[in-house]
Design a protein around this ligand. Structure first.
Ligand code: FES
Length: 178
């Protein structure tokens, strides 16, 4: 018999949670375990994971999909629809610039262009030194004092380009060692 030898292809089975470290895997498993019985559990799970890890790692998507009985595409779709969710770690400081109407009426558009230029990043980006992530936000409830910016948990109003530069120098200053 001179037929070609047959080749058996052994599929490589990826483990759910591959690409996550043990802490990330435990966090995702705990969030899914706690919330998956709720109707519409995907958003609460994504919030819980981002709140614990600072982002929703791309490698967590198949695990979340499997736990919630959804397709990977569905989970990806929700993460990319809501800009709030990030799939890469944020910088040490997260700066939100208000893009809503009242702030735009008093210069927020110029301020956001300045912010992007100064930091060298677009929205959802992080500076190369890891100091600042830049995010848009649609109203910070500080409309009378626009343009408004939130630096981490700190709300700042009437932000000029000069004031923005000062805020960013503080964010990018090396941390003082104690
Ligand atoms: S519109 Fe910017 S804080 Fe409300």
């Amino acid at each position: 018999m001179t037929g070609k030898p047959t080749r058996r292809v052994i599929p490589i089975q990826r483990e759910v949670g591959d690409g996550l470290d043990s802490r990330e895997r435990a966090t995702v498993a705990a969030a899914c375990g706690r919330l998956k019985a709720e109707a519409g559990s995907l958003l609460p799970v994504l919030h819980a994971v981002q709140s614990a890890l600072g982002h929703v790692p791309k490698a967590a998507v198949p695990m979340i999909a499997g736990e919630l009985n959804l397709s990977v595409a569905e989970v990806h779709g929700v993460i990319s629809f809501y800009h709030y969710f990030r799939t890469t770690p944020a910088g040490r400081h997260v700066v939100h610039v208000c893009r809503a109407e009242a702030c735009q009426a008093v210069g927020a558009t110029a301020l956001e262009a300045h912010a992007k230029r100064l930091l060298g990043i677009d929205y959802h980006g992080t500076t190369a030194d890891g100091a600042v992530s830049l995010e848009p936000v649609y109203c910070l409830g500080n409309c009378a004092l626009g343009p408004s910016v939130m630096v981490d948990e700190r709300l700042v109003g009437r932000v000029t380009t000069g004031r923005f530069d000062e805020l960013m120098s503080d964010c990018r200053a090396p941390a003082e060692s104690s």
